[in-house]
Design a protein. Structure first.
Length: 266
């Protein structure tokens, strides 16, 4: 019987090549998947950014979704370098009076701008904000800081705002913070004028940063003239307080300055 005919394909070199090709074909789907994942990660911020702009143009009632998507976009490593993400974040936040986001986003958009047109738009945004609003840095009174980490800021004017547009902006910010629990320190931006925050007075001036030390409200919706009780010892609510327990009672516009050693409540 004649031995089986051997061909070039049966050579050890061809068999080794065939094995390498098989292994390569097995790895190709994995390589493609990894590449796709990397591309998706690199471009993920674009999806959030473009959706934010689309939602905002489609329906301004969805501005909260837009701002959250832009926060997400700018929090990524690639999005943090994207001018369009930062500029639209600043623009939409400014239009919706979320100035604590608009200011830093506008400054950041100017930092990452690479083209003259981008720099011009960002610089105009920064200049507009600085011409119109000023900053106030709120810090928490140390006597409350250990017992209340988050609370509410109730803003009020100390001197009436005449300009209707500025009044509208202030009221928008006032309503939002009256319902939003925050931690201190925190910087807010308001139209130039004289204000109070939880009774503590401060003045917003152009080119200056105001400062105010606050006692936070533990509950939202506090209104001027309604007695509110603050306890340094961490006891809250309608409870009987015995002599010797330190407390703060907030009743008037000057409530930040009223200290008592003991109060009996019903």
């Amino acid at each position: 019987m004649m031995p089986p005919m051997r061909t070039a394909l049966d050579s050890p070199r061809c068999q080794a090549l065939s094995l390498h090709l098989s292994l390569l074909m097995g790895f190709l789907p994995l390589l493609v998947s990894v590449k796709a994942m990397a591309a998706e990660g690199e471009g993920a911020y674009k999806t959030s950014r473009d959706q934010a702009i689309h939602y905002y143009k489609q329906d301004k009632k969805r501005w909260k979704i837009s701002l959250n998507l832009l926060r997400k976009a700018t929090s990524t490593s690639d999005g943090a370098k994207d001018w369009r993400s930062w500029y639209n974040f600043a623009r939409i936040a400014n239009e919706q009076n979320v100035l604590e986001d608009a200011f830093p986003a506008a400054v950041k958009s100017l930092e990452v701008a690479t083209r003259d047109g981008q720099k011009q738009k960002s610089r105009a945004m920064v200049n507009h904000l600085k011409r119109t609003f000023g900053a106030v840095a709120f810090s928490q009174d140390k006597r409350q800081a250990e017992t209340l980490q988050e609370g509410y800021i109730i803003l009020d004017v100390d001197k009436a705002i005449i300009n209707m547009q500025k009044k509208k902006v202030f009221n928008s910010i006032k309503e939002r913070f009256a319902e939003m629990k925050v931690a201190l320190p925190k910087t807010l931006y308001l139209p130039f004028g004289e204000y109070k925050a939880n009774g503590a007075p401060f003045v917003i001036k152009k080119g200056e940063e105001a400062k105010a030390v606050l006692f936070l409200f533990a509950e939202p919706g506090a209104e001027e003239g309604i007695p509110l009780l603050w306890l340094i010892g961490g006891i809250t609510g309608a409870a009987a307080l015995v002599a010797g327990i330190g407390a703060w009672i907030l009743i008037t516009d000057d409530h930040q300055d009223i200290a008592v050693d003991a109060i009996i409540t019903k």
